[in-house]
Design a binder for this molecule. Structure first.
Ligand SMILES: C[S@@+](CC[C@H](N)C(=O)[O-])C[C@H]1O[C@@H](n2cnc3c(N)ncnc32)[C@H](O)[C@@H]1O
Length: 288
């Protein structure tokens, strides 16, 4: 069937409807400057589904019986999925050289580690963590569980496939590429040994009911995700992380993010390579 290629405009009032829908569904805030971004990102879907206007498309998303499938598409199109392997190397050094040895000493008997990569996008972040742990002989007989979650089904599918273009390695030491990937034409496939530590799950960070089923974590990475949220959504997510961290568990945010004005329930720890947050255990005096 021919797809009509008529150019459509997104009126201001309809942009506001999409903005509110996106906030309601994901916590992501689209400011006034995002109007053309929304128009460009959604134009193709409006045309492909043969709607006469963005308004009709909005009503479909809001009220149609099959709205959920299309809503997932809209959330995927309007969220930023930028990521790459070994992003934020100072923080990863703190993880690998300071946090992991500390947890190794502390959990020698249990021999298990639970890490949550919240907002994992196409998988580069959780796979990076898996590689860093595999690099450490001492964790060989440990149970490593890296839960990697995202609101977008499309990025999760790509993460599970585990095939990456060279741009994903823009800040990766080539030794990791040769050690943990196989080359396939112009792309690189991640080895099963790296994949084995990672479980990908579809999860909206605002979905309190679903998050209630998650067991406590030793470390939570949530980098470059809540920067797109407003204060209320940030507070909600950080409070949830607090309940999902074990005592003294670590919270690692993106380098431009902080908990100022969001939460006082974490201590800021100055490690050698970077600063990280740690769940304060009231009255224990051990988190400083
Ligand atoms: C910019 S990427 C960050 C990826 C990775 N953490 C990193 O720092 O490289 C942000 C990811 O957060 C996801 N995201 C946005 N809102 C979300 C929500 N409410 N729940 C879960 N994931 C969300 C997006 O789909 C996107 O894949």
């Amino acid at each position: 069937m021919m797809i009509e290629n008529k150019s459509l405009e997104l009126p201001d009032d309809v942009f506001h409807l999409f903005r509110d829908l996106m906030y309601e569904q994901s916590g992501v805030v689209l400011d006034e400057r995002a109007k053309y971004f929304v128009e460009n990102r959604l134009m193709h879907s409006v045309q492909q589904l043969h709607f006469d206007s963005f308004r009709d498309y909005y009503f479909y998303l809001k009220y149609d019986r099959k709205k959920n499938e299309e809503l997932a598409n809209v959330i995927d199109l309007l969220t930023i999925h930028e990521t790459y392997f070994f992003r934020e190397d100072q923080q990863l050094k703190s993880f690998s050289e300071e946090i992991l040895p500390e947890l190794f000493a502390k959990k020698k008997d249990a021999k298990s580690l639970r890490i949550w990569s919240a907002g994992c996008s196409t998988g580069e972040e959780p796979y990076t963590l898996s590689m860093l742990i595999l690099d450490k002989e001492e964790f060989k007989d440990w149970t490593i569980e890296i839960f990697a979650t995202d609101i977008s089904q499309r990025v999760l599918q790509s993460a599970r496939r585990g095939i990456y273009q060279p741009t994903a390695f823009r800040s990766t030491d080539p030794k990791y590429v040769s050690k943990y990937f196989t080359k396939e034409e112009n792309a690189f496939r991640i080895l099963d040994t790296v994949k084995r530590n990672v479980v990908f799950l579809h999860l909206n960070l605002l979905d309190t009911n679903k998050i209630a089923f998650i067991n406590p974590m030793d470390i939570i990475f949530c980098r470059n995700v809540i920067i797109y949220f407003d204060l209320a959504a940030k507070r909600k997510v950080i409070d949830l992380f607090h309940t999902k961290l074990k005592d003294n568990g670590y919270l690692l945010l993106g380098h431009s993010e902080s908990l100022i004005n969001i939460s006082t329930a974490f201590a800021l720890r100055h490690l050698k390579h970077d600063m990280v947050y740690q769940k304060l255990v009231r009255n224990s005096g051990t988190t400083g």
